[in-house]
Design a protein around this ligand. Structure first.
Ligand SMILES: [Zn+2]
Length: 430
C-alpha cells in the first residue's frame, strides 16, 4: 500500500511536471534570444531616425510570422507612416545691427517679422524663469518678443538645448504652427530689429510592427498588448561605448509582448481579438502610438496593456509589477484579482510625481477613454543606467522578465477570454 502510494505520488508528480512544461508561458531561451537580438550593437540603439531600426522591425515581424499571427496593417506586419523632420538653421537675431551670440536667444516657430506688431514681454531678474517661460509658451495665439534679464542666461541656454531640437510631426496630423516666440538676453527696453532663419525639412518613413489574433466570438472587441521597440540611438562615448542598447528600455517590454503573443496563440482560446504591437518613435514624442491610436476606433478597444522596462526587480520585489494610472480604470484591480493566490502581484504606480501614466505609449488611447495602462518594474527614481550606454542585457535579471510575462499572461486571462471588461478611463478630449 505504501509502495503503491509512493509510486502514485511519483506518477502524479511527473504528470504535473510535463503539464507545467507544456503550458509554460515563456522560456528563458526565448527571452534571452529576443532580448540579445533587439539590444545588439548591430541595431545601433534603435533610433527611430536611423535605418538600423529597420533590422529590429524586420526581426519582430519575423517573430510574429513564426508564431502564426496575421498582419494587423501592411502585409509585412509593418504599419507604415511618414513624419516630417524640421531643422532650423542659420538663425540670426540682431539688436541695432549687432548679432546676439547663439546661446543668448531662443527663436521658436516662424521667424518674427520685425515689421509685425508683436507683443513685447520681459522676464525680470526677480521672476521665476521656468514659470514665466511656460506661461508665455502656453499663450500660443500671440507672437511675442521676450526680453530676458541676463541673470537668467544659463536657464535660457539650457532651454535652448531642449527646445531647439529638430521638430518632428506626423504628416497625417500636422502640428498647429506655433506663433513666433523670441526670447533674448538684453537690457530692459532693448528690442531686436532684425531676425532671420533657414528651415530645412526632411520626410521620413517610420514603422510600427503589428499583428492580430482574431477573437473567436467577440472579434470586434480588442485587447492590445504593446511595447516600444525604438530607443535613443548613439550617445557620447563612455568607456569607449557609445551605443545605448536599450535592453531594459524597452527591449524587455518588446520581448514580453512577443512572448505573450506566442502564449495566447498556443492557448488558442481568446474570445476577443488580440492586437500585438511594437511602437516606434516613443522616445522622440510617441509618434508610433499616436499614429496607431489615430487609426483605430478607441470604442472597440477593451483594454491596452503596455509594457515598459521589466528587466529589474520593482520596489515591491520579485514577481510584482506596478500599473501606471492604477485608479483611472479597474484594469489593474481585475488583473490583481486574477492572480490572487499565486506569487504574482500588481501594485499602483509608486512614482506619482513622475506622471508616468501620460509618459508612455498608453497615453494617447487613455486620453480617448481606453483602459490603457503601462506595466513596469522600473525603479525609475534611482536607476542609474536609464537612458545611458549602460542599459545592457548583462545588467538585467532574466528571471524578473520571465515572471513579469507570466504575471501579465495570468492576470489578463479573463479579459482575453471576454469574461471581464475593465471600466473606461475618463476622456481627456473628445
Ligand atoms: Zn521606454
Amino acid at each position: 500500500m505504501k509502495k503503491l502510494f509512493i509510486s502514485f505520488l511519483l506518477l502524479g508528480c511527473s504528470l504535473t511536471i510535463s503539464f507545467a512544461q507544456k503550458n509554460e508561458v515563456t522560456t528563458t531561451e526565448n527571452i534571452t534570444r529576443i532580448l540579445n537580438t533587439l539590444a545588439s550593437d548591430e541595431m545601433k540603439g534603435r533610433s527611430a531616425l536611423r535605418p538600423e531600426i529597420w533590422k529590429a522591425a524586420d526581426f519582430i515581424a519575423s517573430e510574429f510570422k513564426a508564431i502564426g499571427l496575421s498582419p494587423y496593417a501592411d502585409k509585412d506586419f509593418k504599419q507604415t507612416f511618414e513624419v516630417e523632420q524640421k531643422k532650423e538653421k542659420n538663425q540670426i537675431v540682431k539688436i541695432d545691427g549687432k548679432s546676439l551670440p547663439a546661446e543668448e536667444f531662443l527663436m521658436l516657430g516662424n521667424p518674427i517679422n520685425p515689421k509685425n506688431k508683436s507683443v513685447i514681454l520681459s522676464i525680470g531678474p526677480d521672476e521665476d524663469f521656468s514659470v514665466r517661460f511656460r506661461e508665455i509658451m502656453q499663450n500660443d495665439s500671440t507672437e511675442a518678443k521676450v526680453q530676458v534679464d541676463r541673470k537668467h542666461a544659463a536657464f535660457l541656454a539650457r532651454f535652448k538645448r531642449i527646445y531647439s531640437r529638430d521638430q518632428i510631426t506626423l504628416k497625417s496630423e500636422p502640428a498647429k504652427s506655433l506663433k513666433s516666440k523670441l526670447f533674448y538676453i538684453a537690457n530692459a527696453g532693448e528690442t531686436p530689429n532684425e531676425t532671420s532663419q533657414k528651415t530645412s525639412t526632411l520626410d521620413l518613413k517610420m514603422f510600427n510592427v503589428a499583428a492580430i489574433l482574431p477573437g473567436k466570438s467577440k472579434p470586434d472587441e480588442y485587447v492590445i498588448f504593446s511595447a516600444h521597440y525604438d530607443h535613443i540611438g548613439v550617445l557620447p562615448a563612455v568607456d569607449q561605448d557609445s551605443i545605448a542598447n536599450g535592453a531594459d528600455d524597452d527591449a524587455s517590454g518588446t520581448t514580453a509582448m512577443i512572448e505573450l503573443a506566442r502564449y495566447y496563440k498556443q492557448l488558442n482560446n481568446n474570445e476577443r481579438t488580440l492586437i500585438f504591437v511594437a511602437f516606434t518613435a516613443e522616445e522622440i514624442g510617441m509618434f508610433g502610438s499616436k499614429y496607431f491610436s489615430n487609426n483605430i476606433n478607441p470604442e472597440k478597444v477593451v483594454a491596452m496593456i503596455n509594457i515598459e522596462m521589466i528587466g529589474k526587480d520593482s520596489k515591491f520585489g520579485l514577481n510584482s509589477l506596478y500599473v501606471t494610472g492604477y485608479d483611472a480604470s479597474n484594469l489593474g484591480k481585475l488583473m490583481q484579482e486574477n492572480v490572487e493566490g499565486t506569487q504574482f502581484t500588481f501594485h499602483p504606480d509608486p512614482y506619482k510625481t513622475q506622471n508616468l501614466f501620460y509618459r508612455s505609449d498608453n497615453a494617447v488611447l487613455a486620453a480617448l477613454g481606453v483602459p490603457a495602462h503601462t506595466f513596469s518594474t522600473s525603479q525609475i527614481d534611482k536607476d542609474q543606467y536609464y537612458h545611458t550606454v549602460k542599459d545592457e542585457v548583462s545588467t538585467l535579471d532574466i528571471q524578473n522578465i520571465k515572471s513579469s510575462i507570466e504575471a501579465i499572461a495570468k492576470g489578463a486571462i479573463g479579459i482575453v477570454q471576454g469574461k471581464q471588461t475593465p471600466t473606461r478611463v475618463e476622456k481627456l478630449r473628445n
